[in-house]
Design a protein around this ligand. Structure first.
Ligand SMILES: C[S@@+](CC[C@H](N)C(=O)[O-])C[C@H]1O[C@@H](n2cnc3c(N)ncnc32)[C@H](O)[C@@H]1O
Length: 380
């Protein structure tokens, strides 16, 4: 299937008139709700949502997206994308990502002028793109796990499933600061800070990586400036630390691109893992990906890993939500929890062991290291 953003020919502009008034009212309610839920974490984005909710012409822009994509965050990202493309535009002076001292007076007037002037381009973006994430902060979760593995079976050949732009495959180019704990890696333009609890095994050096492969059903080509800009536009503009970190990681990836392939997590896992296995101990990584798979496909993914693990030594390290990924081998104590669980499953000479490494913030801002074996059976 053609990714929504991959080709101009896939532009899908739905005229506002084809959807009924009820749609617009409902969407306006979504913007109002979004404003309320994000006001503490992202007050500027909340102000935009609140302003959009009161302006039917802006709300209608979202009707250019297919029904399931009509999310306030898509419109927010489309507007942010335009601001990033033209930082000197009037609206840019409110955006912390392009203005050193962003304006704090009400943005509604400038927002309305911007959206009316750029309605055609906004509809085109909204009609062809969907929001995307590649969170390099999650490397702060992977590094301690990979440090242990490197000491055991390194060098490591990484296979990042649901890799997005492949940015987490360059984790050995970033610097890490664990508080408390210590630092490792760098110097780097990508600085990852992680608050810690527990006895975190911070490696004395970053793991040696002998291969890196990414797989995604809709990979983001971060060497293409337009795709890279869209990825950064999907970050809320007040999250300037994430924005700068992501931009710096994109620069590194542009200098040293990794092998990112288009493919499916289940159907193409074995092939890419075998390719990686020729270069080092294969480590399959996935973070915030398996929640996109229906239950049966998640079970099939685990079954594929079991099959590979029966044939050769491999390790699977994942950071996923127990609440959103039932069927993965999480310890009973955290089943159904809305947390990011860091897990490691090792197959050594056909024998499998499962370790619950810790619980974490979804973007890696903190990690509570647990580091204990878990007896859970894998989903069958
Ligand atoms: C929320 S993003 C996470 C990206 C990256 N793992 C990270 O932590 O930043 C989820 C990614 O999974 C990909 N994805 C979802 N379902 C997939 C599938 N069946 N096969 C491959 N990739 C998939 C999406 O395209 C998207 O890039």
């Amino acid at each position: 299937m053609m990714p929504r953003h991959s080709s101009e020919s896939s532009v899908r502009c739905v005229p506002a008139t084809v959807s009924g008034v009820a749609d617009v009212d409902e969407l306006a309610r979504h913007f109002r709700n979004q404003a309320m839920t994000m006001v503490e974490r992202a007050p500027f984005s909340a102000e935009i949502c609140a302003a959009v909710a009161e302006d039917r012409e802006i709300v209608e822009l979202l009707l250019a997206a297919p029904h399931e994509q009509r999310l306030p965050v898509l419109l927010l990202a489309a507007i942010h994308d335009q601001v990033l493309g033209d930082p000197a535009c009037e609206l840019g002076s409110w955006y912390p990502t392009v203005s050193r001292s962003p304006r704090t007076d009400p943005v509604a007037g400038a927002l309305a002028r911007h959206c009316r002037t750029h309605a055609v381009q906004l509809r085109q973006t909204i009609g062809t793109r969907s929001t995307q994430t590649n969170e390099v902060g999650r490397c702060g979760l992977f590094v301690p796990a990979l440090g242990l593995l490197d000491a055991e079976v390194g060098p490591l050949a990484l296979v990042d499933i649901g890799t997005s732009g492949g940015l987490n495959l360059r984790l050995d180019r970033y610097e890490y600061h664990y508080r408390p704990g210590g630092s490792v890696g760098g110097p780097s333009t990508v600085r990852i800070e992680t608050g810690t609890r527990g006895h975190l095994p911070i490696p004395s050096a970053l793991p040696s990586i002998s291969g890196r492969f990414g797989l995604d059903r809709e990979p983001v080509d971060v060497t293409d400036p337009i795709s890279a800009r869209w990825l950064t536009a999907c970050i809320w503009p007040e999250q300037t630390d994430r924005f700068r970190r992501l931009s710096a990681a994109i620069e590194i990836a542009t200098e040293q691109p990794v092998d990112v392939r288009m493919g499916d997590a289940v159907d193409d896992l074995a092939d890419v893992t075998r390719t990686a296995g020729a270069l080092g101990h294969p480590v399959v990584l996935n973070s915030w990906v398996l929640n996109y798979l229906p239950m049966q496909r998640r079970a099939a993914y685990v079954a594929e890993l079991e099959q590979i693990g029966a044939e050769r030594d491999i390790t699977w390290v994942y950071a996923e939500s127990p609440a959103q990924c039932p069927g993965l081998p999480f310890p009973d104590a955290i089943l159904g929890e809305h947390v990011t669980a860091l897990m490691s499953v090792r197959w050594r000479q056909g024998r499998r062991s499962v370790d619950y490494l810790g619980r974490a913030h979804p973007h890696g801002y903190w990690l509570h290291w647990v580091g204990r074996p878990s007896t859970n059976a894998l989903a069958g």
